[in-house]
Design a protein. Structure first.
Length: 224
């Protein structure tokens, strides 16, 4: 059987809120020239529309909640269909978050791409995730987050563009606790599903960004 190059695979990167998934998705996409699907970005684009559905999604997102799973499935399935003919792999951030999404991905991806899903867990403890989200600041201009390592001292200006650093609307204490509960209830069964099949790639997210990515590459079998 021919070996599938990392650039031709479909990766899903999951983990607690604040685990640093977005950063690792960006690094993985650049390394292997992958197309990105960021579920949160798809929701935010939908929420920006003036349609009734957009207004409903906006209210949910601003409260720090998660829109219904069927909307998430529709959005990333639509993107996968669009990208299937690009002859390049894909990395998805923010899905699957529910068992029905994981099962759907296992049907859609082989049909469109001819290979299975590669699930990656960026693992951080609940305590670490709570600390990160409580102290997270994002740039009001370029939307980049301040890095977790070294520990930020609530920077006032973005190191990348000089924009003002602000707290995200969905990082209220109530919203953070709700995301932690959702992870335990809905995301962990997905992780157990992948682990039972010996498919789950688990990476320690409580280390500097470069070290997280090095560990990820090693566990993907790509050491250079």
């Amino acid at each position: 059987m021919a070996t599938i190059h990392p650039r031709d695979r479909v990766y899903v990167v999951v983990g607690r809120s604040g685990a640093g998934k977005g950063t690792q998705v960006d690094l993985l996409a650049r390394k292997f020239r992958l197309r990105k699907i960021v579920t949160g970005d798809l929701f935010r684009a939908l929420a920006a529309s003036k349609a009734m559905l957009g207004r409903s999604i906006k209210r949910i997102v601003e409260r720090g909640g998660l829109p219904p799973g069927w909307i998430a499935s529709y959005l990333w399935t639509h993107e996968l269909i669009r990208l299937a003919n690009k002859k390049r792999g894909v990395v998805i951030e923010g899905a699957p978050r529910r068992m029905e999404e994981a099962l759907l991905l296992d049907k859609v991806v082989p049909f469109l791409f001819g290979s299975g899903v590669v699930p990656v867990l960026i693992h951080v403890s609940e305590a670490e995730a709570m600390w990160r989200l409580s102290n997270r600041r994002v740039c009001s201009r370029c939307k980049r987050s301040a890095p977790y390592y070294p520990r930020p001292k609530n920077p006032a200006a973005c190191a990348a563009c000089g924009g003002r650093m602000v707290r995200r609307k969905d990082d209220s204490p109530k919203a953070i606790r709700a995301r932690m509960r959702f992870y335990e209830k809905s995301v962990k069964p997905v992780l157990r599903y992948y682990a039972r099949q010996n498919r789950l790639i688990r990476v320690n997210g409580e280390q500097p960004i470069a070290d997280v990515f090095k560990e990820l590459l090693v566990k993907l079998g790509h050491k250079k």
